[in-house]
Design a protein around this ligand. Structure first.
Ligand SMILES: Nc1ncnc2c1ncn2[C@@H]1O[C@H](COP(=O)(O)OP(=O)(O)OP(=O)(O)O)[C@@H](O)[C@H]1O
Length: 293
């Protein structure tokens, strides 16, 4: 059994003259929940397409659970929800789910699949009559139909309402807890922050940050240190700006550790100390601005 769900080395994807993915290295272990983040055109969908064997890389290597992408897909190892995934318009949802389940040797039990994805009320409806969010729920059911060990989700919740999103991510957490590897591309950074145990930030087809959400957030400048203090010296290391409201001092800093050390060295007690990091959105913006071609 390979230890990696995904092993991507030097992946380069070109769409005619556009370099979409530029020598990308990425290893994802089994059971990880990983968010792919980055601005429009960063190469997230192209990476997902290469992992599914839908585009042929110009260079590099992709292994999915130790297999070539097409073999992994054929073996039912990968479930995917893509941005432009098609469904037969006139067929009823129940028929499509039935057909897809039948194509797998060990499909997800129907009742549980229907309940998990919340499509019970949709089975008799023609696919064409679904709303965007309902359609995404059906796509999820199809992606899960073969009980795949690896799920790839590209903007999977873009059309869902708040309730649908909450239910969707609760399902993902359950699947992750059962050992499913979940890799999702999203622009909803709060989802990534809440769900992913690792975030990979792409820009210009390259990885510009890779780590826990907390680690990626802390890698950017713009953190602040807040404390209650009567006096703070002017020359605390790392501090770029300071404000005072009553007894509460807020210091913007590029180096939290140096700032805290400086305060302690100056004999300032760290009363009511709060250190605030940049949001994941701040971090992704800062990491990707100027990084894309
Ligand atoms: N079929 C295609 N033909 C030509 N260029 C393409 C094609 N698909 C993607 N591209 C280009 O490749 C680059 C990467 O696109 P990709 O869709 O992988 O980015 P993304 O990070 O998924 O973006 P988004 O967040 O907008 O979905 C972009 O410059 C895009 O215009």
């Amino acid at each position: 059994m390979p230890s990696d769900a995904l092993d991507v080395a030097g992946l380069t994807v070109r769409h005619r003259d556009v370099l979409a993915v530029d020598g990308l290295d990425l290893r994802i272990g089994q059971g990880e929940t990983v968010a792919l983040l980055g601005p429009n055109g960063a190469g997230k969908s192209s990476t997902v397409s290469a992992v599914l064997g839908l585009v042929r890389p110009a260079a590099g290597r992709v292994r999915v659970l130790g297999r070539a992408p097409a073999d992994a897909v054929r073996a039912g190892c990968v479930g995917a929800m893509l941005q432009h995934g098609g469904l037969p318009g006139e067929a009823r949802v129940g028929e499509v789910v039935h057909l897809v389940r039948r194509s797998y040797p060990d499909p997800w039990p129907l009742d549980d699949l229907v309940a998990t994805t919340g499509i019970g009320g949709l089975l008799g409806r023609p696919v064409d009559a679904l709303s965007g969010g309902q359609r995404q729920r059906v796509m999820l059911a199809l992606a899960l139909a073969g009980q795949p060990p690896l799920l790839l989700l590209d903007e999977a919740t873009s059309a869902m309402d708040v309730e649908g999103r909450c239910a969707f991510w609760a399902t993902m957490r359950d699947l992750a807890a059962r050992g499913t590897t979940v890799v999702f591309a999203t622009h909803h950074l709060e989802e990534a922050d809440a769900v992913a145990d690792r975030v990979v930030v792409l820009a210009g087809g390259r990885v510009v940050a890779d780590g826990s959400s907390a680690a990626v957030r802390s890698a950017v400048a713009g953190r602040s240190v807040r404390l209650t203090a009567d006096r703070v010296p002017d020359d605390v290391p790392g501090v770029t700006a300071g404000t005072r409201r009553g007894g509460v001092v807020t210091l913007a800093t590029t180096d939290v550790e140096a700032t805290l050390r400086g305060l302690l060295d100056a004999g300032v007690p760290l009363t009511d100390l709060e250190v605030r990091g940049a949001s994941l959105e701040d971090a992704v913006l800062s990491l990707t601005t100027g990084a894309a071609r």
